[in-house]
Design a protein around this ligand. Structure first.
Ligand code: NAD
Ligand code: MG
Length: 399
């Protein structure tokens, strides 16, 4: 039987995940239509994507870039309508004609449009982990309350999802222990500085931090992988996605990035998902779930891989991981504070205003000073986020 045509909105179409999503979609024109594409300001790439995928709408965050896109698309005879701003982003995420929303904006700015998709009961493919880290309780309650389907794109969480029984997306409501799961083994490559002498970390450049050994990704997540704050965000993400506690999630360094994560059951069975490190696999998995489609990813050559290594994380080298684990245990607004302080610190590092090793200092400073509450509204999460940014900026400016 032919699968029904799915209308898709991509939030963050010009980024690493957005481009990989369009690559998978283009392989299956009989299954997927692009309803809307969005980006921050890269109108030239968005114009090329619009001409190829012919969406009904294209949304840019930057007003000047929206004018350029409009001019270019009219010149090329495209009928795609150009919109601009936050309301337009929420509108393309929640439009009645949309079936599936790929949430691939980077950072806290992705929260509102992703929540708009959730509240409209869409199938939401979640790459934007920061949204869940910031507002996990409100977010997951909205998923259950509005009947949305939340599928993980982060390779580790997609792997865990594939290793869970019956591949059911209802762990949110039931929790993992009821499924006989003892723990989750969250794998991490260790990033580009796994073996760099710790004393040299003060000198590393943004270019070195962004040169991930196994994955090609956007700049912010690449720096997060180098500090391993990314794994901390993923620990928090796993707790919300699979309704589990931080103590049930063990971080394991696995430099080859071939095993994307594992699930251990109470009978001693450990299930793993393996594959080449290419985000088109989890994207294709979530797009077609519960079916399977071609993704364009080459076969995993285990003979060429030859060996798989595992070790424990080194907290002296990766203080950000410890800070994120602490925020996960405190919960409430602590993860939102951690995330906001990190976003400011990473931007400052990428702009060469602070050193790599100062990222952890900024996060620690903010996390240890701001009060944590249990948020009951989005406004409370946003206020914790704003306070954390203000405090982080103040410290950065003082250096
Ligand atoms: P990226 O920097 O390559 O792309 C980010 C996208 O967000 C771009 O399209 C950009 O235009 C858009 N954007 C940025 N600011 C915006 C704003 N203010 N308003 C509207 N749009 C805005 O990032 P990426 O690597 O594709 O990562 C996207 C998300 O997916 C992140 O949350 C990241 O943690 C997560 N993720 C990425 C990977 C990966 O392999 N790249 C893997 C797992 C999870
Ligand atoms: Mg990941």
């Amino acid at each position: 039987m032919q699968a029904a045509l799915q209308q898709i909105t991509i939030l963050g179409a010009t980024g690493s995940i957005g481009v990989s999503t369009l690559d998978v979609i283009a392989r299956h024109p009989e299954r997927y239509r692009v309803f809307a594409l969005s980006a921050d300001r890269r109108w030239q790439l968005l114009a090329t994507q619009c001409l190829m995928h012919k969406p009904r709408y294209a949304v840019l965050n930057d007003p000047a870039a929206a004018i350029e896109l409009e001019r270019e698309l009219r010149r090329q005879g495209s009928t795609t309508e150009v919109l601009q701003g936050a309301d337009a982003l929420a509108a393309i995420a929640s439009d009645g004609q949309v079936d599936t929303v790929m949430a691939a904006i980077v950072g806290a700015v992705g929260l509102l449009p992703t929540l708009a998709a959730v509240k409209a009961g869409k199938k939401v493919l979640l790459a934007n982990k920061e949204a869940l880290v910031m507002a996990g309780g409100l977010f997951t309650r909205a998923v259950v309350g509005h009947g949305a389907v939340l599928l993980p794109i982060d390779s580790e969480h997609n792997a865990i999802f594939q290793c869970l029984p019956n591949h059911r997306p209802d762990y949110l409501a039931e929790g993992l222990t009821s499924s006989g799961v003892r723990k989750i083994l969250l794998t991490a490559s260790g990033g580009p500085f796994r073996n760099t002498p710790i004393a040299d970390l003060a000198k590393v450049t943004p270019e070195q931090a962004c040169a991930h050994p196994n994955w090609s990704m956007g700049q912010k997540i690449s720096v997060d992988s180098a500090t391993m704050l990314n794994k901390g965000l993923e620990l928090i993400e796993a707790c919300w996605l699979f309704n589990t506690r931080p103590q049930q999630v063990q971080v394991v360094i696995h430099p080859q990035s071939v095993i994307h994560s594992m699930v251990e059951y109470i009978d001693g069975s450990v299930l793993a998902q393996l594959g080449n490190p290419d985000m088109r696999t989890p994207i294709a998995h979530a797009l077609a779930w519960p079916e399977r489609i071609e993704s364009g990813v080459s076969s995993l050559d285990l003979i060429a891989t030859a060996r798989l290594d595992f070790s424990a994380p080194d907290y002296e080298r990766f203080p950000c991981l410890r800070l994120a684990q602490q925020a996960a245990e405190v919960s409430g607004t602590a993860p939102a504070i951690l995330n906001a302080a990190n976003e400011c610190a990473v931007a400052a590092f990428l702009n060469r205003k602070i050193r790599f090793d100062q990222i952890a200092i900024v996060i620690d400073h903010v996390l240890s000073r701001l009060p944590v509450i249990e948020p009951h509204s989005l406004a409370q999460v946003q206020s914790a986020d704003a306070e954390a940014r203000a405090m982080a900026q103040q410290l950065i400016a003082s250096w």
